[in-house]
Design a protein around this ligand. Structure first.
Ligand code: XUL
Ligand code: MN
Length: 344
């Protein structure tokens, strides 16, 4: 039995459309997804603001809160919590050049409107966490904006969010590129620096996504460990990634099992979850996946995580200590490989 609580966003189950081709599966009804997530053993759901309140632009602030209250009832019906709300600042016509650091003042104000509405929705759903995946916050044309100015705009936007609600926590999900060329906040190190520069660093932390760390050429377990050492790992987006190419959001552990093992290990060894944190998945089904298998990548990710949890439980720390004393890292490495290959 896993000691962790798991979370997932509705976008993890999707129709398979990509930049090069249309949908290949039908869009599954929102409530059906929520029901299925509950049946699969998830405890909490992650939302974009417009997953929670579709067509958000067309409603008043009071109407948006009302819609969020209706969603809360749906979550209650299935015994699910809301983990976080994330303003989806990359789909709208107002955010073509980004949100908080758009070159247009009007569009920056629109981005703040979405951030404030995300906070309102989060409060109605009973969560204090706002995730910022800063999709278009950076440059496509390097000379179009100063990285100094852009970084300061991000800090200012976070400060405004912290001021808007004294309880809200802001959790940045770093990614080095895609869809932007050069991101302003690409790694956990950037997140820590941004956090320290805000008016309340205790309320600003990070969401480490395995694929994003890999895209930055970094090891996801080390990124997790770094954030945990700072007491700032608010959530995770576990998945997998085959090298430095487009963001793949593969099922957890399917590309690099040893790296996946080390992510589970660092989380377990350092008490992740003891303050209510969830193990979040951000995984995408392959485009070739058939309709009837729409949830298989989630089931596989959960299954792999749980098996790796058992491997961590069986990890022989005495043997590890002896190997370290003898500087027998070859022996330690082979032990880990045997453990993962089912030979230990
Ligand atoms: C994009 C990404 C997003 C966020 C949620 O790379 O990871 O799915 O996690 O908006
Ligand atoms: Mn993610």
């Amino acid at each position: 039995m896993s000691k962790f609580k798991f979370s997932v966003g509705p976008w993890n189950v999707h129709s398979g459309a990509d930049s090069y081709g249309p949908a290949v599966r039908s869009e599954i009804d929102f409530e059906e997804k929520i029901k299925k997530f509950a049946e699969m053993g998830f405890s909490a759901i992650q939302f974009h603001d417009d997953d929670a309140v579709p067509n958000i632009n067309y409603y008043t602030e009071e109407e948006i809160k009302g819609k969020a209250r209706e969603l809360k009832k749906l979550l209650d019906k299935y015994g699910l919590a809301a983990e976080f709300v994330a303003p989806r600042l990359w789909m709208d016509g107002h955010t073509i050049d980004g949100g908080f650091m758009s070159t247009s003042k009007e569009d920056r104000e629109y981005a703040m409107w979405r951030a404030y509405r995300s906070i309102d929705i989060a409060k109605e759903l009973g969560t204090d966490m706002i995730v910022l995946w800063l999709a278009r916050e950076g440059t496509l044309c390097a000379e179009s904006k100063s990285p100094v100015w852009a970084t300061k705009m991000l800090i200012e936007a976070i400060n405004k969010m912290l001021e808007y609600d004294p309880k809200i926590r802001v959790c940045i999900e770093p990614k080095p590129n895609e869809p932007i060329d050069r991101s302003i906040c690409g790694t956990m190190g950037h997140v820590m620096a941004i956090s320290a520069a805000t008016i309340d660093p205790s309320r600003v932390g990070g969401n480490l996504e395995s694929a994003h760390a890999t895209l930055a050429g970094l090891d996801p377990a080390h990124e997790i460990g770094f954030a945990m050492a700072m007491g700032k790992l608010m959530t995770v987006h576990l998945n997998d990634q085959n090298g430095i190419k487009y963001d793949q959001d593969k099922s957890f552990g399917v590309e690099n099992l040893r790296a996946a093992f080390n992510q589970v290990k660092v989380l377990k060894e350092n008490g992740y979850g003891e303050n209510g944190e969830c193990v979040g998945l951000d995984v995408k089904a392959m485009r070739t996946t058939r309709e009837e298998d729409s949830y298989k990548h989630l089931q596989n990710s959960l299954a792999i995580f749980r098996v790796l949890e058992e491997k961590v439980d069986r990890f022989d720390y005495d043997f590890q200590r002896k190997c370290v004393e003898n500087r027998d890292f070859e022996g330690l490495e082979m032990y880990v490989m045997k453990l993962l290959m089912g030979m230990e």
